[in-house]
Design a protein around this ligand. Structure first.
Ligand code: AMP
Length: 165
């Protein structure tokens, strides 16, 4: 069988689209919830922001202090993101991880990142989970239950204070 590359795809009939240098099967949808947070259309418990990223508390935390770091440049996930976006993102992940570890006197920090529904992704704007972890304490399940907003606000303040210190 002869295959022809059209916009980088091996199949001329394929519905894949090209985003940057990577192939993805589905386009970025700006109506996703993190897109709305980035545009200020819905609130969040923000802990950190720079020119490239914003970080805020996960509303269904798997551990106290669970934050999300989100690039401002729209990407669906790791698969279509450009390397510069990833560089800025992971530099900020390190910043937030250090602060969250200090704020929650954690023994370690878990960093998770899911790509496509089959891998556990539920919000289709690239983001990285940062979870303070304590010895012998298992994380709660992914997207299991909403946290008390008052508690989330307190946890956000602890991370902001660690970042300021
Ligand atoms: P993922 O499954 O990796 O796409 O994770 C998406 C995460 O976003 C989940 O952990 C959700 O709890 C979290 N989440 C969903 N909506 C919001 C929101 N409005 N603010 C903060 N976190 C959210």
């Amino acid at each position: 069988m002869t295959q022809r590359r059209v916009n980088g795809c091996a199949l001329s009939s394929c519905s894949c689209i090209r985003m940057g240098t990577a192939m993805t099967e589905t386009a970025y949808d700006p109506q996703n919830i993190f897109g709305k947070i980035l545009r200020g259309e819905i609130p969040c418990h923000k802990v950190y922001e720079n020119d490239h990223v914003i970080a805020f508390m996960d509303v269904m935390p798997q551990a106290d202090g669970h934050a999300l770091v989100v690039p401002k440049t729209p990407s669906r996930n790791l698969l279509d993101a450009d390397p510069a976006t990833l560089g800025h993102l992971y530099a900020a992940v390190q910043t937030v991880a250090r602060a969250a570890k200090a704020a929650f006197a954690a023994d370690g920090v878990a960093v998770y990142q899911y790509n496509e529904a089959a891998a556990g992704q539920t919000v289709f704007h690239l983001h990285v989970h940062v979870l303070p972890r304590h010895e012998g304490v298992a994380p709660r399940r992914h997207v299991e239950g909403m946290a008390d907003p008052v508690l989330l606000a307190q946890h956000a303040e602890r991370i902001r204070a660690a970042l300021a210190g």
